[in-house]
Design a protein around this ligand. Structure first.
Ligand code: NAD
Length: 252
């Protein structure tokens, strides 16, 4: 028996990183999964490796029409939508002085508008079913400021805020909405900015984290699976942090 037996889950940005780890765990736990991404080759490979329980669809979270196609494809393949994981995201570094309006808006369009459109898109099927779980992936950058990441932090604070508004609006319809706030996760997102498991310049940038390490994508996936499952049936509108203790306080 898996904790997601019988559920149909949509996961955005599932071709690699945390989305891939979530798709693999969800199938292991009994779900059927629709993987969306723009990296078609990778996404197809992941879905194929998961057999009949998974399909891959090309999907750009920043466009409303793409959401319509993604949900229609999911309903055609599996007949219902129980879970949406709004996982897709991009990171651009840059201070306020360095970030152009175009760059700022691009990050908001994917990380913030993408989550808004996703919640809107599954509203119909979930309302009809009278049930659903939406998991929005924010970040510790949605809980505190980070110098040099103005666009990313803005978008992730917005995800946290709209999660709470959505929980208030959708709770009476039986739909739960929560946000997840990972600290550093060892995925391709961090490598280009030297914040992966091995910082390019040899620094251990996780030395100040109480658990003294970056997390694996699979560790975040476990939390997301809990929120997708009925094990979290009384949780909505909440922030779930998985950051090795980074946000716990001041490490004197
Ligand atoms: P990743 O870069 O490995 O994966 C992100 C995936 O999203 C990629 O496959 C990418 O192709 C896809 N994607 C990007 N733009 C898209 C779009 N417009 N439409 C559809 N798919 C799109 O990164 P990750 O670490 O797995 O990130 C997953 C989520 O976790 C993101 O929301 C990220 O902001 C968040 N997060 C990451 C970390 C970290 O340290 N890696 C920490 C906190 C939060």
């Amino acid at each position: 028996m898996g904790k997601l037996d019988g559920k149909v889950a949509l996961i955005t940005g599932a071709a690699r990183g945390q989305g891939e780890a979530e798709a693999r765990l969800f199938v292991e736990q009994g779900a059927r999964v629709v993987l969306g991404d723009m990296r078609d080759d990778l996404g197809k490979q992941v879905a194929e490796s998961l057999g009949n329980a998974a399909i891959y669809l090309n999907h750009d979270v920043s466009h409303e029409e793409s959401w319509a196609g993604f949900c229609a494809g999911a309903l055609e393949a599996f007949g219902k939508i129980d879970v949406l994981v709004n996982n897709a995201g991009i990171l651009m570094t840059g201070s306020i002085a360095e970030t152009s309006l175009d760059e700022y808006m691009r990050v908001l369009q994917v990380n913030q508008v993408g989550v808004f459109l996703g919640m809107k898109a599954v509203l119909g099927p979930m309302t009809e079913a009278g049930a659903g779980s939406i998991v929005n992936i924010s970040s510790v950058g949605g809980l505190a400021g980070v110098p040099g990441m103005v666009s990313y932090v803005s978008s992730k604070f917005a995800v946290r805020g709209m999660t709470k508004t959505a929980a208030l609006e959708l709770g009476p319809l039986g739909i739960r909405v929560n946000s997840v706030h990972p600290g550093g996760v060892d995925t391709p997102m961090l490598a280009p900015i030297g914040m992966g498991a091995e910082a390019g310049d040899g620094r251990d940038i996780y030395a100040g984290v109480p658990l003294r390490r970056i997390s694996e994508a699979s560790e975040i996936a476990q939390l997301v699976a809990f929120l997708a499952s009925d094990d979290s049936s009384y949780c909505t509108g909440s922030e779930f942090t998985a950051d090795g203790g980074m946000m716990a306080g001041i490490p004197l």
